[in-house]
Ligand binder design. Structure first.
Ligand SMILES: NC(=O)C1=CN([C@@H]2O[C@H](COP(=O)(O)OP(=O)(O)OC[C@H]3O[C@@H](n4cnc5c(N)ncnc54)[C@H](OP(=O)(O)O)[C@@H]3O)[C@@H](O)[C@H]2O)C=CC1
Ligand SMILES: Cc1cn([C@H]2C[C@H](O)[C@@H](COP(=O)(O)OP(=O)(O)O[C@H]3O[C@@H](C)C(=O)[C@@H](O)[C@H]3O)O2)c(=O)[nH]c1=O
Length: 298
């Protein structure tokens, strides 16, 4: 099928472009200037012109700290922009998969968040993504909202690449150990998105629609992720650093991040048969690719 994806350089968009052809699908990536989420009419035109069988809404304002001082842009892109993409899918009568985030939750909990738990974003980014979710639900498309978390890939902006970059010049890196979540590889998300896409097109019944959580199996703190990255990197002769485990209070940032961010993914497994692999495996694979092909990793 022809899958039209918003964003050209995004991690999930690029991973979809790499993953879908082997599954028999064509991917069309639409990004600025052809599709600008701040321009709803232009967004609708660009999506219609690309003739989708299904739309994946993967572009977003993802600068969590930057959003705190650019709330107007974050809400235009992640709120109204997401609504414009969903309205375009509804007008074309094609299914939509919209990506959302663990940051819509407060993080003040002690068991993995379920889809029907009340949201309570603590950051502008999380709040803007929550507005986007609501706009997608309102638009009337056959849709699935997939909330994922802590995304990384061998390319793009992500924590794994930041750690390897910092390790090139530092012996020691201070990393928060009291935020818990599930680091999720963009390629694993892409594989799961394609399976959900195939189901939505084949079987557009109400049961397959709605909101689902889709993260890697297992849990980690950011410090755990850094340690796993450096263990894998060191084993392959790449850069590594000593991780100093610190508290969130010791690493002040403009945005507040959820302390407990794990998502319960059982609904996705039972309705769509999708369960992503353990994060350790995927972090290992991404670090291995980064070290083997640094030139394809930007
Ligand atoms: N990254 C993460 O850790 C997580 C991400 N998500 C969600 O998953 C989705 C995919 O994330 P990810 O692949 O990491 O995203 P990235 O940050 O890698 O890429 C975001 C993309 O959005 C594009 N974009 C930003 N503003 C606009 C705009 N006004 N018009 C058109 N395109 C725009 C960017 O374009 P350009 O390259 O030109 O800047 C970029 O291609 C997003 O919805 C995100 O909220 C959910 C959980 C975790
Ligand atoms: C670079 C660095 C970060 N940190 C901390 C800051 C923060 O609490 C945590 C993660 O920082 P980052 O800025 O890399 O990640 P962040 O931008 O918070 O990542 C989030 O992005 C958005 C888009 C999402 O949707 C979320 O699921 C999540 O992936 O690590 C350290 O402790 N030490 C460091 O050296």
């Amino acid at each position: 099928m022809r899958i039209v994806v918003t964003g050209t350089k995004g991690q999930v968009a690029r991973a979809l472009a790499e993953t879908a052809p082997a599954r028999g699908h064509e991917v069309v990536l639409l990004g600025r200037p052809a599709l600008d989420l701040e321009d709803p009419a232009g967004t609708a035109r660009a999506i219609a012109g690309a003739r989708p069988v299904l739309v994946v809404s993967a572009a977003a304002f993802t600068g969590v700290d930057a959003a705190e001082s650019a709330a107007d842009v974050a809400f235009r892109v992640n709120g109204a922009g997401a609504g414009a993409v969903a309205a375009a899918a509804a007008a074309l009568d094609v299914p939509l998969i919209h990506l959302s985030t663990d940051y819509v939750f407060s993080g003040e909990g002690d068991r993995p968040w379920r889809e029907d738990d009340p949201i309570g974003p603590r950051s502008v980014y999380g709040a803007s993504k929550a507005v986007g979710e609501a706009a997608v639900r309102e638009a009337g498309a056959n849709h699935a909202i997939l909330r994922t978390a802590w995304v990384y890939a061998p390319f793009g902006h992500n924590f794994v690449r930041t750690m390897l970059r910092l390790a090139a010049t530092r012996e020691e890196i201070r990393v928060v150990a009291d935020q818990i979540g599930a680091p999720t590889a963009a390629h694993d998300i892409a594989a799961g998105v394609i399976t959900v896409a195939e189901t939505l097109v084949r079987d557009p019944t109400a049961e397959k629609r709605g909101t689902f959580h889709m993260t890697a199996a297992g849990e980690a703190s950011w410090a755990d992720v850094a340690e796993a990255v450096f263990a894998e990197s060191a084993a392959r002769g790449g850069p590594s650093a000593r991780v100093v485990r610190i508290t969130t209070a010791e690493y002040p940032t403009p945005a507040r991040r959820p302390a407990y961010s794990r998502l319960d993914c059982t609904k996705l497994a039972s309705v769509h048969g999708v369960a992503l692999r353990d994060w350790h495996e995927s972090v290992g694979a991404v670090v291995a690719r980064l070290l083997a092909n640094p030139e394809t990793s930007s």
